[in-house]
Design a protein around this ligand. Structure first.
Ligand code: HC0
Ligand code: SF4
Length: 580
């Protein structure tokens, strides 16, 4: 690898050729402030920074200050990142940004997490020097996200997320001059566009311009209602995201999370991972059914089977590739399977009407709010999942309830819907759903025990991956993609009829659910995404049971209630079909 040597703040730095100054400085422990730049390179995306001009630095021999994010390192370069001239320039840029910002920090949804607020604080801004006019855009919201365009600083990060990472293309710059913001075409309401509710724009927005549509008040109201029994389910990726707000960044905090949920007043604390095990029973059976039909010569069978548990991906398919509807697994997502089992089985066990059972889900995702609201997941107007909140909203509720998270003891989920295997845990990382499916499908198909449980060939952070797993003489070819721009490669082959795969897993967000739009902000930081992923695999490795079909509570659910996987009752409660 060709390298470049340069000096930043009197420190010798050696970096790969092509590195920009923000990254070079970061490698030497120097954090150059920026409101627009994101390092998406390791995730395989290019970013178009250079919008905010906060990152200016002095480069010896150059007359003008240089934007660090747009300046590539050259041999012998001498750079200074905090001279009086640099700091003055940054302060002026910041003062101009603040001149038309609403500056309602105390009541803003991003208060405490706003990069603009933090950068202003670091620069020592103590007054709004130029108080100019502000725009007066109407707030716009979908079931998942809220847009407050008066807070847009035109950093264009959301545009990068929507266009480059997701290839959805809903967001771009509109208007010129003073009213310029990033918005939808013709400023149409987001709900009327092709937005898939993935929330990646929210995940990267440095201000309060984009945030989730919060349902905290609905949860508090349900808990306070004595006529309701309130159960909560937590998605696989929540446990490795939640700790970020409490000093446990990237680490698993499952036990503390369970305690916090009990203290918040939930009557039962259950786990979406249980339903992930159930999904594997259904989706694994469906995969084997299609595979065996194909092996038996059935030409009409739809292969590859594509996973359907990511609602961002499902919505993308519905809006852009409806011809793939029959390739999608009919298995509902774990969130919805959990809801169906809670409302139709657990409520019955408790002897209460399903309407008196409130199901709350905690998800790393804002698209899950939209999934829970789909009419096909309700019965007589009563949704299977009543309220879906994000990991960030749960962190907020924990602070609101005055809990010192670090001091919380660790506790276990309630039974029966809280017991899961390691296979359920790894759902939260890209490749995890298909690895969990392979662990079960292999043993069911071959009737032989696996001689290894870790299918490391299915893991990793590359945007598109593939592997072939040998099912005792039958090669099963698997494709995996995360980020919908990446997924287009695999999708195109399926559309053209040239896909070499039997099964494809697609997750909309970078890294899978661990990088979901409802997680504590990661801003494309691949190290943080990798830490979260490793924490999930470590939790899996420590589980006594690691294959979904070995979960004793799943076994008894089939024995006592469902009958068999893909049987009559399963079809009624656990399967659906996406058309739009
Ligand atoms: Fe996921 Fe899921 S793994 S989509 O990423 O399948 O949100 O964590 O809850 O439903 O289990 C998100 C995470 C889930 C679902 C599960 C799946
Ligand atoms: Fe684009 Fe996703 Fe944001 Fe919708 S939620 S605007 S699809 S990035």
């Amino acid at each position: 690898m060709e390298t470049i040597k340069l000096t930043i703040d009197n420190k010798q730095v050696e970096v790969a050729k092509g590195t920009n100054l923000v990254e070079a400085a970061a490698s030497a422990g120097i954090r150059i402030p920026t409101l627009c730049y994101m390092n998406l390179h390791d995730l395989g995306y290019e970013n178009k920074p250079g919008a905010c001009r906060i990152c200016v630095v002095e480069v010896e021999g150059r007359k003008n200050l240089a934007p660090a994010c747009k300046t590539v390192c050259t041999e012998g370069m001498v750079v200074r990142t905090h001279t009086p001239r640099v700091v003055n320039a940054r302060r002026t840029v910041m003062e101009l940004i603040l001149s038309n910002h609403p500056n309602d920090c105390l009541t803003c949804t991003k208060n405490g997490h706003c990069e603009l607020q933090r950068t202003a604080q670091d620069l020592g801004i103590r007054e709004i020097k130029y108080r100019g006019e502000t725009t007066k855009y109407q707030k716009d919201m979908s079931v998942s996200i809220v847009r407050d365009m008066d807070k847009c600083i035109m950093c264009r990060r959301c545009e990068t997320a929507c266009n480059e990472i997701q290839s959805v293309g809903v967001l771009s710059a509109v208007n010129r001059g003073f009213p310029a913001v990033v918005s939808t075409a013709f400023n149409d309401p987001i709900q009327t566009t092709n937005c898939i509710n993935c929330g990646q724009c929210v995940a990267v927005c440095p201000t309060g311009a984009l945030s989730e549509n919060s349902n905290i008040a609905d949860v508090l109201r349900a808990i306070a209602d004595p006529s309701k029994t309130v159960v909560v389910q937590t998605a696989p990726a929540v446990r490795v995201g939640l700790g970020q707000d409490f000093g446990f960044s990237g680490r698993s905090v499952t036990g503390k999370m369970v305690t916090a949920l009990r203290r918040l007043g939930f009557d039962y604390v259950f786990d979406t991972d249980f339903a992930a095990d159930l999904t594997i029973m259904e989706e694994g059976t469906e995969l084997l059914g299609r595979l065996n039909a194909a092996i038996g010569g059935d030409k009409g069978v739809k292969l590859p089977l594509m996973t359907s548990c990511c609602p961002g991906w499902v919505s993308f398919m519905e809006k852009h590739f409806p011809e793939l509807a029959d390739n999608l697994s009919t298995a509902k997502s774990p969130q919805q399977m959990f809801g169906a089992i809670a409302k139709n089985y657990f409520a019955q066990k408790l002897g209460i009407d399903r309407k008196d059972l409130v199901v709350v889900s905690v998800m790393p995702c804002v698209a899950k709010k939209a999934e829970a609201a789909r009419p096909e997941f309700s019965r007589d107007g009563d949704p299977d999942v009543n309220i879906s909140i994000t990991t960030r909203e749960l962190a907020h509720m924990i602070r609101f309830a005055n809990m010192d998270f670090a001091l919380l003891e660790e506790d276990d989920f309630d039974r029966p819907l809280g017991e899961s295997t390691g296979a359920g845990v790894i759902f939260g990382a890209t490749g995890g759903v298909i690895e969990a499916a392979v662990r079960t499908a292999y043993e069911v198909q071959t009737k032989k025990p696996l001689d290894r449980i870790d299918f490391t060939e299915l893991r990793g952070m590359e945007g598109v991956r593939s592997a072939t797993v040998d099912f005792d003489g039958t090669p099963v070819r698997i494709g995996i993609a995360h980020g919908l721009a990446n997924a287009r490669q695999l999708i195109r082959e399926v559309v053209n009829g040239t896909s070499p795969y039997h099964a494809i897993e697609i997750m909309a967000c970078p890294g899978g659910c661990i990088g979901g739009g409802g997680q504590p902000y990661h801003r494309g930081d691949i190290r943080l995404l990798q830490e979260r992923t490793e924490s999930l695999y470590a939790e899996d490795a420590h589980k006594p049971l690691r294959k979904s079909h070995e979960n004793p509570y799943i076994q008894s659910l089939y024995r006592d209630f469902l009958g068999e996987p893909c049987g009559h009752l399963s079809h009624e409660l656990l399967h659906t079909r996406y058309y739009n």
